[in-house]
Design a protein around this ligand. Structure first.
Ligand code: AMP
Length: 140
């Protein structure tokens, strides 16, 4: 199994060495906006433990992670006034993974609106922050 790389970009975000539009944090998970969203309000949820993918994360850490995903999903759906949600999780290059710290994508969806292609465009920082604020407000 390939080793976890402590210098991957999400590890740096967790350590506060890289900026992010934070949505939510508890003792187990951290959630922030995807900078190249496939839909408005596209959020990423990551565990605080170092794990590369679904195959190496400890099962109890995975359980904590999916509980965080559900919390973020509820807030994203309410905050973005979405009709639905797409949840994605990719493993290794062959599986579509680009950043090797396990993460779930929470993507708000609306009837008749297609998802944008992966990594298609960097979002305007003001739009990212405005959507982040809508989702944060839904936790209140
Ligand atoms: P994947 O590993 O394929 O599940 O996707 C990694 C995701 O991370 C992509 O959707 C990227 O747009 C996103 N991403 C990459 N770098 C950053 C970053 N610095 N902040 C937020 N999202 C990022």
């Amino acid at each position: 199994m390939t080793a976890y790389d402590n210098d991957n970009i999400f590890a740096k975000i967790l350590r506060g060495e890289m900026p992010s539009n934070k949505i939510y944090e508890d003792e187990h998970v951290f959630a922030f906006m995807d900078i190249m969203p496939r839909g408005d309000g596209h959020t990423l949820v990551i565990p605080k433990v170092p794990a590369r993918s679904i195959t190496d994360i400890d099962p109890s850490d995975l359980a904590d992670l999916i509980k965080g995903v559900q919390k973020v999903a509820q807030a994203a759906k309410t905050g973005m006034d979405a009709d639905g949600l797409t949840i994605q999780q990719f493993n290794e290059t062959a599986g579509g993974q680009i950043v090797f710290h396990i993460h779930f994508h929470v993507i708000p969806r609306w009837e008749g609106v297609k998802m944008r292609p992966p990594a298609s465009a960097m979002e305007d920082p003001a739009v990212l922050e405005a959507n982040a604020e809508k989702i944060r407000a839904a936790f209140a």
